[in-house]
Design a protein around this ligand. Structure first.
Ligand code: HEC
Length: 248
């Protein structure tokens, strides 16, 4: 799963060598090198670095992903939740919010194949209010932080998004569901989309570019009105993160 974070975060985060090294180190070589998603295809550099960094011995570093995440709140009409993964943690791991009234934090499991064999611990963070909140993971005397931005949405936005998602555009472009709801359809749940802000998420839909990386070989330029785009982003943020289930 860290592979999926990397596919979105990859090139955005790689500019920070420290983050790239510590997260790849904690991944272990197997998870990094088994990453074969199409979006990872062009980023041979970071994957090679994974292998090289293994010898530095920083694979006990505590890391949190994504360290910046975007979600929403529509006064309870829909559930907005983001998964958070932590690598390099001991059994004393805790994840707490700077303002506990804003989010509900539960431990979680990740049943996606990419997560198998990693040491990542998963949490599901569900929103209770709009605003900004810092999540702090602490283990073995170290802490790492993630910033969560919770946008205020209306449930009408979700309705508009749901309609476009399941119907063709005025000009004839296909329903999103035609590809994304079929078995094995590309994941755009918060598991992959939460590291991306709303504007960038719209660019993925209309221009097929996510943080500079082409989606579906750039063949992802869909017609949507501005209000449909607002709605689609709201709809996608309210999808259940794929393969993530709260355990308590
Ligand atoms: C013809 C099939 C098709 C249609 C129609 C389609 N998509 Fe996609 N979409 C894809 C594929 C394939 C990918 C992933 C490609 C990849 O991983 O490189 C993708 C990726 C995405 C992503 C990025 C996922 C991520 O987080 O990495 C988002 C967001 C997305 N689609 C939203 C939409 C929305 C919203 C619509 C409707 C307006 C839509 N798509 C219509 C095929 C489609």
């Amino acid at each position: 799963m860290r592979v999926a974070w990397m596919s979105v975060l990859g090139l955005a985060v790689v500019t920070s060598a420290a983050i790239a090294c510590s997260s790849s180190g904690s991944d272990g070589g197997s998870s990094g090198s088994s990453g074969s998603t199409s979006k990872d295809g062009g980023s041979g550099g970071p994957k090679d670095a994974d292998v090289g960094d293994g010898g530095i011995g920083n694979n006990t570093d505590l890391t949190i992903l994504p360290d910046r995440a975007y979600t929403g709140f529509d006064n309870g009409a829909h559930t907005f939740a983001v998964p958070i993964s932590i690598a390099g943690a001991k059994a004393d791991l805790k994840l707490v919010a700077s303002d506990p009234s804003m989010v509900d934090i539960k431990t979680a499991t990740n049943t996606n194949p990419e997560a198998a064999g990693t040491d990542e611990k998963w949490f599901l963070v569900t929103t209770k209010k709009a605003g900004s909140v810092t999540l702090t993971a602490t283990s073995g005397g170290t802490s790492v932080e993630a910033k969560l931005t919770i946008a205020q949405y209306t449930s009408a936005r979700w309705d508009t998004g749901n309609t476009r998602y399941h119907n063709a555009a005025a000009g004839g472009d296909p329903p999103c569901a035609q590809c994304h709801e079929k078995a094995g359809g590309a994941d755009h749940s918060p598991l992959t989309l939460s590291p991306v802000d709303d504007e960038s998420a719209k660019t993925v839909i209309t221009a097929g570019i996510i943080n500079g990386i082409p989606v579906n070989k750039g063949n992802h330029k869909w017609e949507a009105t501005p209000s449909e785009l607002d709605g689609l982003v709201t709809y996608l943020r309210a999808l259940p993160p794929r393969g993530i289930a709260a355990t308590k």
